[in-house]
Design a protein around this ligand. Sequence first.
Ligand code: PGA
Ligand code: ZN
Length: 434
Amino acid sequence: MSEIAKIDALEILDSRGNPTLAVTATLSNGVTATAKVPSGASTGKREAVELRDGDKSRYGGKGVLKAKGHVEGEIQKAIRGFDANDQKGLDKKLCELDGTPNKGRLGANAILGVSLAVALAAAKDRGFPLYASIVDEPANLLPTPGLNVLNGGKHADSNVDFQEFMISPVGAPSFSEALRASAETFHALQRVLHKKGYSTGVGDEGGFAPQLKSNEEPVELILEAIQKAGYKPGKDIAIMLDPAASEFFDEGKYVFAKSDKSRKSPVEMVALYKSWLQKYPEIWSLEDGMAEDDHLGWISITKELGDEIQLVGDDNFVTNPEIFHKGIEDGIANAILIKLNQIGTVTETLDCIEMARSNGYGAVISHRSGETDDTSIADLAVAAGMGQIKTGSACRGERIAKYNRLLEIERELGSKGRYAGVSAYERRKKPVKA
Ligand code: PGA
Ligand code: ZN
């Protein structure tokens, strides 16, 4: 049995230049591992609390020295000597130590850093990669990626209200070929934008962030890029959307403040998506199409479109097993977005994935818009065996690090490995009825 001997934390920067934590766990036999914590911008209201110092004289109040203090003080004291292989026990202890329902006392950033660092150290100690160490069943499914090649909403200084336009290489024979097709399409999109005189600067997740004429234009541009790259839209490469609708929901209306200034009721919003899906059969997945506070809107979109496409809940489920369970009972969405730092421990994250699996829901493992070079979510995606990951565009080092890690896992799995490809897509590709 390897015990936790030491936990320390460092205040580092994330991909937006904001402070975050790197937590290092050292075991009694000297094995060490470090986890780095991500940070979102379009956060759900019920996410676990990311503890920030609030001291305006440092990083505009965003410092994480209090969280660092909690890791090295109270948390270290409580878990020193604990069995590093008992992840469930450790995570339970961390939750109890915090004592609040949202991890607001010690900070979900502090708690996740510790939970993940110990998971990584335990894997290393046992001589397993993380993807093989955190689940009992042998994991061999490489996920279909969703690459966010056009950024809008809160992730870009542009006039596009919808946050993410992703390409999904469903038709590729392997993960590495999927990544190649995606990178080639990303480069083709750059040429398409350049030719039209649009900016090719990128947003937070590495997608382009041009000023466009409408929320629909990105879809047209991406379809053109897929073809220019030599692929068939909808067959080789499909499209996934994350409008992140909570960000533009105001007093019962969806307000397109960045583009045409229109205000849409939930009914009109569902009708808009339906018209897009009829026009663009290449779109197979819609995340946060409705706002987290628009419960009736979520019920209605699930009734209208839930049999035909994947409807992913992010802000409304916040990777929280209890909240997700209620959502399943209410018949909302048919898939969940999984973000470790929305809930704050490895165990609760795995619980959500298991809940999705046992209820016939999909699960998409996800990065945050503020990231580091930590690649644990690539391993988590393989361990989950749910066949989907979204971790940004085909550029920016913190996004590419995860895709590169999946290439390593693909090589490691060799002939045992399988690419998810079309499997998730097949589940949901019935044509959308008029
Ligand atoms: P966030 O965005 O990390 O800024 O929350 C990602 C998403 O909405 O999926
Ligand atoms: Zn989202």
